[in-house]
Design a binder for this molecule. Structure first.
Ligand SMILES: Nc1nc2c(ncn2[C@@H]2O[C@H](COP(=O)(O)OP(=O)(O)OP(=O)(O)O)[C@@H](O)[C@H]2O)c(=O)[nH]1
Ligand SMILES: [Mg+2]
Length: 354
């Protein structure tokens, strides 16, 4: 399902007069840059001539947290999330969650995993047939209260079942969205307005976005630490590992002539998911060259960041790495301060001030 990511377009003033911008239609890129015109084109900045402006381009493979990062910017520096906007997200979140529950139940069927009680078997039945759920996908139609409470009860009953927990922990085998547990354990978005950044799924048209972007001050490259045990959904038949896909995109960025002297800040995101997963899914099962201990979070982080570092060294590029959790606002604030500092230093150094 595609989401109408509201981060596509101008997302408002950030600190120090920098504006954030996501180029419409480019899933994998966004930047902080001069004011966009109303028609979505970039226009001249009306600022005092002495104002310095940074353009930070945010890149990365699908599902790594780019939109979440931009939404945090808006939450921290912009107008938070007005109620109307939360309402706008709700149908997308609801659809993502229903499709996820359907995937979980079908995977359980395929693997011969049965829910352990008659109640949870009944609950599973509610999500087994996608065509019966489609009526809840309508954007403009709220679910009636009775259906909402049936779906909510079924969701909670299923979640407590050990059979469901078993297949849930194997979500990497069938492309389960990252935060399905969050939606389920907080407030399933059937009747109440719930806000969590939605989930976009398109695979980036890499060669396309790379042609369209400007000369940024810095590149923020997002990669997901937690995807080491997942395959690229669109390249499922090839069984292509998502970290490998991300490394290829990183290499494209390193090799792109326009970016030759642009500093890169690598954000290894979803560290919260990684720290849970690493104990359950050994890194060595997916990367045989990993030599650290099973379940050693620090060694795992070092190993994965080392894969990016090797590429950067090969291309003689300077870069810095941070481990992040884009869904955590406090973590975002700290990372944003780091980025700002880094970008400012870079601008000063380019201007001969350092
Ligand atoms: N737990 C956790 N979830 C995250 C984190 N960062 C992003 N997510 C979730 O991961 C999913 C994908 O995040 P997005 O921000 O939509 O990813 P994206 O890079 O914009 O994806 P595309 O638009 O498909 O390229 C969403 O459900 C986010 O809420 C994180 O640090 N921790
Ligand atoms: Mg996105």
């Amino acid at each position: 399902m595609e989401t109408n990511d509201s981060d596509e377009g101008c997302v408002g003033d950030l600190s120090d007069g920098v504006r954030a911008w996501v180029i419409r239609g480019l899933r994998s890129s966004c930047c902080c840059c001069p004011n966009p015109g109303r028609d979505g084109t970039l226009s001249t900045v009306r600022r005092p001539p002495s104002t310095l402006e940074a353009q930070v381009l945010v890149l990365g493979a699908s599902d790594t947290g780019k939109s979440t990062f931009m939404k945090q910017m808006r939450y921290v520096f912009g107008d938070r999330y007005p109620t109307f906007e939360r309402r706008r997200y709700q149908p997308y979140i609801r659809r993502n969650l229903l499709e996820s529950l359907h995937k979980i139940v079908r995977f359980a069927d395929a693997q011969g995993v049965r829910m352990s009680t008659p109640e949870s078997q009944d609950a599973a039945e509610k999500f087994r047939d996608l065509s019966t759920l489609e009526k809840y996908f309508e954007e403009d139609e709220p679910i009636d209260n009775n259906d909402a409470s049936i779906l909510e009860g079924a969701t909670q009953t299923l979640w407590k079942d050990p059979g469901l927990q078993e297949v849930y922990s194997r979500g990497n085998e069938y492309h389960l969205m990252t935060n399905a547990d969050h939606f389920i354990t907080t407030q399933p978005p059937y009747s109440e307005t719930t806000i969590v950044p939605p989930h976009g799924r398109e695979r980036p048209e890499r060669k396309e976005w790379v042609k369209l972007i400007l000369h940024p001050t810095a590149i923020l490259f997002l990669a997901s630490l937690s995807e080491y045990d997942q395959c690229v959904e669109e390249a499922r038949d090839e069984g292509k590992n998502r970290v490998k896909e991300s490394l290829e995109i990183f290499e494209d960025v390193l090799g792109y002539p326009t970016f030759e002297n642009i500093p890169i800040i690598l954000l290894l995101n979803k560290s919260d998911v990684f720290s849970k997963k690493i104990h359950v899914h050994p890194l060595v099962d997916y990367f045989p060259q990993y030599e650290g201990a099973v379940g050693d979070e620090m060694a795992g982080r070092e190993f994965l960041s080392g894969l990016y570092e090797k590429l950067a060294i090969r291309y003689h590029r300077l870069f810095v790495v941070r481990f992040t959790e884009a869904t955590d606002t406090e973590n975002f604030r700290a990372i944003f301060a780091f980025i700002k500092n880094n970008v400012c230093r870079n601008m000063m150094s380019r201007g001969g001030l350092l």
